[in-house]
Design a protein around this ligand. Structure first.
Ligand code: AMP
Length: 119
């Protein structure tokens, strides 16, 4: 597992840096939350670390506190958007699981009934 390096070609690094527009709904010193451009639920927000890591396991390894902050930020957004106690948090990891952007991101989905198992 390699240490984080900022990536010039990374879409989410550019959103974090303000170089690409996004609808930011929550931000702290370590994480940024913005609306997904292709929402899969009435609320679909991505919460990302400001540092570049390829996936959730790398965040947990290198910045365990940030991992906790990602979940805390997701809960804060869920609270703001009044989901009650029901929402879904997802880290797609690897292309076979649907990961398309290789900067770790936590999906927050809510605002409709969410079935299980997912596809
Ligand atoms: P994943 O497939 O888990 O890697 O999730 C990547 C997510 O990023 C997808 O849900 C995309 O819709 C979303 N996405 C791609 N480009 C942007 C963008 N410019 N702003 C916001 N969300 C984006």
């Amino acid at each position: 597992m390699s240490a984080p390096e900022p990536s010039a070609d990374c879409l989410f690094c550019k959103i974090v840096a303000g170089e690409i527009p996004a609808e930011i709904v929550h931000a702290t010193e370590t994480v940024v939350a913005f609306r997904d451009v292709n929402p899969q639920a009435p609320t679909h927000v991505l919460i990302v670390p400001r540092s570049h890591y390829a996936n959730a396991a790398e965040v947990a390894h290198w910045e365990p506190t940030t991992m906790s902050e990602l979940v805390g930020a997701a809960a804060a957004v869920a609270d703001k958007e009044a989901f009650g106690d029901s929402y879904r948090l997802v880290f797609n990891t690897g292309p076979g699981a649907g990961q398309t952007v290789f900067h770790a991101h936590l999906h927050l989905l809510g605002g409709r009934p969410l079935t299980w198992p997912p596809g």
